[in-house]
Design a protein around this ligand. Structure first.
Ligand SMILES: [Zn+2]
Length: 136
């Protein structure tokens, strides 16, 4: 087979290319499936399981969705309540839009974590080098 990085011929058993060090796809990740499953189950909304397998970018995206759901959605109730009390419909509507956006990001995050949990349990999630995290 050929190294996907440098195109040198390498053995089928190689865990990494001897020429350039590129890890070879199809190999198991050294990361623990047990740890990834527990992290996703208990700290999934923080994106911790994605940081664990090295997917920092999507982990940060999940963390961002959580912060937006909490601060965008949660704190939006303040202008909504005070807007309603003071009869300021602009503040009420603005808070309402922020609340719905926060609610939407919370729902997107929940669905994403649910899909992640299934992928982690089934051992089909991949680490940053494209190797499956399939060893318990
Ligand atoms: Zn190579």
């Amino acid at each position: 087979m050929l190294c996907p990085n440098c195109q040198n011929e390498i053995s089928m058993e190689a865990k990494a290319c001897p020429k350039c060090g590129q890890p070879i796809l199809g190999q198991s990740s050294p990361k623990s499936r047990t740890a990834a499953t527990l992290l996703c189950l208990f700290f999934g909304v923080l994106g911790i399981h994605r940081f664990y397998v090295g997917k920092t970018g999507s982990g940060l995206a999940q963390l961002g969705l959580l912060l937006f759901a909490i601060f965008g959605g949660g704190l939006a109730i303040v202008p909504m309540v005070f807007g309603a009390i003071a009869g300021d419909m602009g503040a009420f509507a603005g808070g309402g839009v922020a609340y719905l956006a926060g609610l939407a990001s919370g729902l997107i995050l929940s669905f994403w974590i649910f899909v992640d949990l299934i992928m982690v349990i089934c051992g089909i999630i991949r680490d940053k080098d494209g190797r499956r995290v399939d060893r318990w």
